[in-house]
Design a binder for this molecule. Structure first.
Ligand code: FES
Length: 234
């Protein structure tokens, strides 16, 4: 059922992309599909979505070997949303949470402002479950310049300088197996800018030319605390 729901949503979005009567500034952005990548745990076993700890930061790399994404169980059902705006005026729909409780979401962890992202050393961007002095609880907050995103609403910008939401990662949920796979993105990808900005650093970290290779048939999900050494709080 989950898979059918996702595929029909994609079909609807793809159909909307060609609607001729829409005003020029109302261009609809279509999902972008990449190679399917199954989410696995650190032992290589398929990740069980219902085993995710609620409101906890998990990270996996997709669609490329070096591009991190957040995987979050928000702890409550999350409905989809449409009319989400990119900086270029294009709109798109986000299909909402997946999993048994429709509470699991995934987003690119590359900040839409100046591309801060979780590295092996440090992360300025993370989901925060409690309420710090500078923003609300249950948001994704980038402490670099305080862009705040709502993961329950397609990562819309709540506050701060980010000009557009984080790109959403399309998840396929197998309800029989309780397993997840990443299929693509919807929203404003920033992978080209990311590779341009961090070319030298990524080459050092992953090896020359290896940062841009596809994530692969499987991609490992880790808690953010295992993915990088220090998470900046703000
Ligand atoms: S890079 Fe994230 S708010 Fe500036």
């Amino acid at each position: 059922m989950e898979r059918r729901r996702f595929l029909s949503a994609c079909a609807a979005l793809a159909g909307m992309a060609g609607v001729g009567e829409a005003p020029a500034e109302w261009v609809t952005a279509s999902p972008r599909l990449y190679a399917r990548s199954r989410l696995v745990d650190t032992f290589g076993a398929p990740l069980k979505a219902s085993k995710l700890a609620a409101r906890t930061n998990y990270v996996f790399n997709y669609p490329f070997a070096s591009t991190p994404c957040f995987l979050l169980d928000l702890g409550r059902p999350v409905a989809g949303a449409d009319g989400i705006l990119r900086a270029n005026g294009a709109q798109y729909a986000w299909t909402g949470g997946v999993g048994r409780s429709h509470s699991v979401v995934a987003y690119s962890a590359i900040c839409a402002h100046k591309l801060a992202y979780p590295t092996r050393e440090v992360s300025f961007i993370r989901f925060q479950s409690d309420r710090p002095p500078t923003s609300d609880a249950n948001v994704i907050h980038c402490c670099a310049d305080h862009s705040v995103y709502d993961p329950s609403a397609g990562a819309r910008v709540v506050s701060g300088p980010a000009p557009q939401p984080l790109a959403a990662i399309l998840l396929d949920y197998d309800s029989d197996r309780d397993e997840l796979a990443a299929l693509g993105t919807v929203g404003a990808e920033q992978f080209d800018a990311f590779f341009d900005k961090y070319d030298f650093k990524l080459a050092l970290e992953y090896g020359a030319g290896k940062a841009k290779v596809p994530a692969g048939d499987t991609t490992v999900v880790r808690e953010l605390t295992q993915y990088c050494k220090q998470t900046i709080q703000c």
